[in-house]
Ligand binder design. Structure first.
Ligand SMILES: Cc1cc2nc3c(=O)[nH]c(=O)nc-3n(C[C@H](O)[C@H](O)[C@H](O)COP(=O)(O)OP(=O)(O)OC[C@H]3O[C@@H](n4cnc5c(N)ncnc54)[C@H](O)[C@@H]3O)c2cc1C
Length: 396
């Protein structure tokens, strides 16, 4: 974290104002919700860092796939597609999605897993194509034959312009009246007389509703607000960008994912982006890549593909934060009134952001969920904080 952790000397006396909603965290989750809550509500977005998007939002693989994730995540992704395709005039000056395609591939001993995914998603995604043999290797010539017995090709998957999406949300939210304050880490908050009083590094403020969109720090923010944590776990994931020894004609290759998530890779502006899809438990922090995970990635590239990294041009790690059932949390706290969770987006917080923000805004306004979400199978009970508080046998 930046030096914003240290309060300015007079911060406790600086009044940042009075708001309807204060959102803690200006990553994709906080920015998208600020957009959806304005202009009718007075919204303040607080961010610890000097730049919003410094943490997980700025470290993703930028994929939009309607197959990736569990059923609830898939419903949120399908429901987000409309916004990605038509975000509205002035939101971004070029399309947010670029066709990419995704190829889930499996060796002979993992075919069963590929069949399961196929059966689960084919009803909602009839364009999925099962591939084998020559056709599969023509689609992605860098796969080793023995590692890719069969594949599931999702032609409609896309690359997301994450920067444009995030900046579009922030800019539009500001234009609609939201206030965004960086270098303003939330230190503590008290709820009394139906109102929150918040102390930050930059000053104090008050609000009717506090939204926790603090990514890997969401449980930490809850504690600072006197709210019981919900058991979120940040998991570190590593990514590399490299030049390959061989010059491939790869511009139109899909993103390739080994079905057991040992590896994924895709072309990236003349280079390759790859990840060992690691999930290493981590405290909330400025995550850095670990040499061991880099070595695991290089080994898997060698075993599963014909790629041979010549020069690594970029490496990073980020924290994907999950609830115990690997489903996002978008809903009011079970105990403390006017505390709203928008957290636990795991590895899907970019592609699900539009639907999660729309759903959260409707809950906060006390409105019914937009029909566009319900028709894709989004259900508030699947995302509520309440589901984490009940015993599994009673709920599932
Ligand atoms: C390697 C990798 C690949 C990924 N690939 C994809 C992908 O292809 N597609 C996809 O959809 N998703 C992907 N994800 C996941 C996606 O990036 C996340 O789900 C998403 O960015 C989460 O956004 P967020 O706003 O919740 O978190 P963040 O971006 O981390 O934002 C939370 C913010 O809260 C701030 N904060 C914390 N505590 C406080 C406090 N006390 N006061 C004020 N501010 C605070 C932090 O500084 C931070 O900026 C990937 C993630 C990783 C790491």
């Amino acid at each position: 974290m930046s030096n914003a952790m240290f309060s300015s000397p007079n911060a406790e006396h600086i009044n940042l104002g009075s708001f309807d909603v204060v959102i803690v965290g200006a990553g994709m989750a906080g920015a998208s919700l600020a957009f959806e809550l304005t202009p009718d509500l007075r919204v303040l977005l607080l961010e610890t860092e000097s730049q919003p998007g410094y943490h997980t939002t700025g470290r993703s693989a930028a994929l939009f796939s309607e197959v990736y994730g569990n059923d609830v995540v898939r419903a949120l992704s399908r429901a987000s597609r409309t916004f990605f395709d038509s975000p509205g005039g002035g939101f971004a000056d070029h399309p947010l999605l670029t066709p990419r395609g995704t190829l889930f591939f499996a060796a002979a001993d993992r075919l069963e897993q590929l069949h399961v995914v196929h059966t689960e998603v084919v009803r909602r995604a009839p364009e999925l194509r099962w591939m084998e043999g020559k056709a599969l290797l023509e689609q992605l010539p860098a796969l080793r034959r023995e590692a890719a017995q069969a594949g599931l090709f999702e032609p409609d998957a896309c690359d997301i312009d994450v920067h444009s999406l995030h900046q579009g949300y922030l800019r539009s939210a500001r234009q609609r009246g939201a206030t965004v304050i960086c270098n303003a880490q939330l230190e503590s908050a008290q709820y009394a007389n139906s109102r929150w009083t918040l102390q930050t590094c930059a000053g104090y403020c008050s609000a009717n509703l506090l939204v926790n969109a603090a990514g890997a720090w969401a449980d930490d923010v809850a504690v600072r607000c006197g709210v019981e944590p919900i058991g979120l776990t940040p998991l570190r994931r590593t990514a590399l960008v490299f030049d390959d020894h061989q010059s491939w004609n790869c511009k139109h290759w899909p993103l390739a994912v080994e079905i057991g998530e040992q590896l994924y890779f895709k072309p990236d502006a003349g280079r390759f982006l790859a990840s060992p899809a690691d999930e290493i438990p981590s405290p909330a922090c400025d995550a850095q890549p670990d040499e061991f995970d880099v070595a695991v990635l290089l080994d898997r590239l060698e075993r599963l593909t014909l790629l041979r990294p010549k020069r690594i041009t970029g490496r990073w790690a980020g924290l994907r934060t999950f609830a115990s059932d690997r489903t996002p949390v978008a809903g009011f706290d079970t105990q403390i009134p006017n505390f709203f969770w928008l957290a636990g987006q795991g590895g899907y917080g970019i592609q699900t952001a539009p639907a999660l923000a729309q759903l959260s805004a409707s809950l906060i306004r006390g409105q019914t969920m937009p029909q566009g979400l319900a028709s894709h199978g989004v259900r508030t009970q699947d995302l509520s904080a309440h589901r984490l508080a009940v015993t599994p046998s009673a709920e599932f």
